[in-house]
Design a protein around this ligand. Structure first.
Ligand SMILES: CC(C)(COP(=O)(O)OP(=O)(O)OC[C@H]1O[C@@H](n2cnc3c(N)ncnc32)[C@H](O)[C@@H]1OP(=O)(O)O)[C@@H](O)C(=O)NCCC(=O)NCCS
Length: 175
């Protein structure tokens, strides 16, 4: 149960473009939530790219409590189309389960629509049931398994994808 004081701050949180001063917090969230470990250099390089999407969730006091990072790219696998990949999404534990992850994902999806992305990809640890439930809820389906993809601890990755536009009946279920 999220304390009242946090839940009001969460309601007023904004989802915006991340910037260099946010990097230390993104590294901290990634470490605490056991996400892929990116160095400061990795985040700086990502921020400098025009095809990168890096958004963070910011409370009214300006502290950052969550982020999403991914990229949009041209894919030639199924004809010349735009696709996207989510590399990382995470929130501090106290801010999970209150709709902020959804708002971060919606922000990413909006960027995908702007870039005419047709398909979104991601990988998730096979044991990460809550993230898989979150992705299910957002219309992702299991595509394949990458054996031993993760280390520390070693684990398979489930590759999931969804079309940027999802059928009307699913959109009704996700609102
Ligand atoms: C995954 C994560 C980003 C989701 O963000 P969140 O703020 O907790 O999720 P939300 O509250 O926005 O939930 C959105 C929807 O996803 C679903 N969902 C989220 N967590 C869920 C869970 N543990 N079990 C079942 N469904 C869940 C819910 O159905 C919810 O919809 P609802 O409105 O019907 O309740 C967040 O929990 C997190 O940071 N987890 C740890 C880091 C991580 O595992 N990242 C993924 C790496 S691949």
């Amino acid at each position: 149960m999220i304390p009242m004081i946090l839940s009001s701050a969460i309601k007023l949180a904004t989802v915006r473009q991340a910037d260099v001063p946010d990097i230390a917090v993104l590294i901290d969230i990634a470490e605490k939530q056991n996400l892929s470990r990116w160095s400061r250099r990795n985040y700086l390089d990502e921020l400098a790219r025009s095809d990168s999407v890096m958004l963070c969730a910011r409370l009214p006091d300006t502290s950052v409590v969550g982020f999403i990072v991914g990229r949009v790219y041209h894919s030639s696998a199924s004809g010349p189309t735009m696709e996207a990949e989510i590399y990382n999404i995470g929130l501090y534990r106290d801010f999970q389960g209150a709709g902020l992850g959804q708002r971060l994902f919606d922000g990413f999806l909006e960027k995908c629509h702007i870039a005419s992305v047709e398909k979104i990809w991601l990988e998730v640890r096979a044991s990460n049931e809550s993230a898989i439930a979150f992705y299910d809820r957002n219309g992702f389906v299991k595509h394949s398994i990458r054996k031993g993809f993760y280390s520390h601890p070693a684990e398979d990755a489930i590759v999931m994808s969804r079309n940027t536009k999802i059928p009307d009946e699913m959109a009704q279920n996700t609102t």
